[in-house]
Design a protein around this ligand. Structure first.
Ligand code: NAP
Length: 315
């Protein structure tokens, strides 16, 4: 029986592990076969504090993992098959075996959606990105493309417009689905232009992006468009498919509950299931940064500690 099982091994899960084990809890991280989360797909990370020259994403995650292992957290390097929250102890099934736990922190993250077109895998981190906050800095005075028409695409374009020479939003329809307020900001930014009814069909460049192939979805006409960077902002998929008995919102993200007692905040990272807490991008539409995921993981572990004190320590 574990005190805490943490599902996920990105910054949220690993930070939760640090706090959980240091609070004295027998802790297991179900890391997944592709452990480490979104930073494993990143190159240079310059916005995580503490690294003067920046650090490669995978190296940062490896350091975090070694730190967590040194502190005594157990790891399972497989994907879990199902997390059953219908009764306590909670049951996490992995490799056909059931692991029981008094509490759970869900930190399974959300994967960026990609276009899945030729060249994308090879050019990730070489001009193809899903995070302007992380990477805009590398595109100072460069020409950039943003793909998508939702709030994320608007936000990416606005972030890029602060540093890039040009920002071209490529959208597959003739209208954005983004909020009016975000659209207004985009349309009033002179650096941002929009190409409507177009799809990105391919990337050009071998060591770094030099352009994209565009297809006009009304006429079928194809052209090449030179650019130094491409930011894909077509949404995320939260990793919640294998969670049973927990409230999700319409887009599949975990619904985070703030629970107050006598007017004071008690838990900030609770879920619909007492004893199951959440941290990181699996509930976070908004920030999606390594540092915010880490902070959410920390909060979840502190909430678990409080919950265990009241509900499990005496048992
Ligand atoms: P989204 O609202 O689902 O928008 C995704 C966009 O990508 C849509 O415009 C969609 O086109 C396009 N798209 C999807 N698949 C595509 C493909 N294969 N090829 C080309 N284009 C594709 O996702 P999001 O912008 O990430 O936002 C997710 C949620 O977070 C929303 O509720 C949003 O309001 C919220 N959010 C809020 C803020 C904020 O308040 N500041 C910031 C970011 C996100 P179609 O329109 O044609 O479907």
């Amino acid at each position: 029986m574990y005190d805490v099982i943490i599902l996920g091994s990105g910054p949220a899960g690993l930070t939760a592990g640090i706090y959980s084990v240091r609070a004295g809890y027998k802790t297991l991280i179900v890391a997944g076969t592709k452990w480490g989360g979104q930073l494993m797909l990143t190159t240079l990370v310059e916005n995580f504090p503490g690294f003067v020259e920046g650090i490669q994403g995978p190296e940062l995650m490896m350091n975090m993992r070694k730190q967590v292992e040194r502190l005594g957290v157990e790891f399972l390097n497989t994907d879990f098959e199902q997390a059953d929250f219908s009764s306590r102890p909670f049951k996490i099934k992995a490799e056909g075996k059931i692991h029981e736990t008094k509490s759970v922190i869900v930190a399974t993250g959300a994967d960026s959606l990609w276009l899945n077109i030729p060249g994308e895998m090879q050019l990730r981190g070489k001009g193809v990105s899903t995070c302007a906050v992380c990477d805009a800095f590398f595109f100072r005075d460069k020409n950039t493309v943003v793909v998508g028409g939702g709030d994320s695409a608007m936000e990416e374009a606005l972030v890029l417009a602060k540093v890039a020479k040009t920002v071209t939003i490529v959208h597959r329809r003739d209208g954005f689905r983004a909020s009016e307020a975000m659209q207004k900001r985009v349309f009033s930014e002179p650096k941002i232009k929009v190409l409507w009814n177009k799809a990105v069909t391919k990337y050009m460049g071998s060591d770094h992006v030099t352009g994209v192939g565009l297809k006009d979805l009304k006429t079928g006409k194809e052209e090449e468009f030179a650019t130094d960077g491409v930011f894909i902002a077509i949404g995320h998929k939260p990793n919640t498919d294998k969670l049973k008995g927990i409230e999700l919102d319409a887009k599949g993200y975990i619904v985070k509950k703030e629970i107050k007692e006598k007017g004071l905040m008690k838990y900030r990272s609770a879920t619909s299931v007492p004893g199951v807490f959440v941290g990181g991008d699996v509930h976070d539409y908004r920030y999606k940064q390594a540092i915010t995921a880490s902070a959410f993981g920390c909060m979840a572990a502190l909430d678990v500690d409080k919950w265990m004190e009241e509900n499990e320590k005496s048992s």
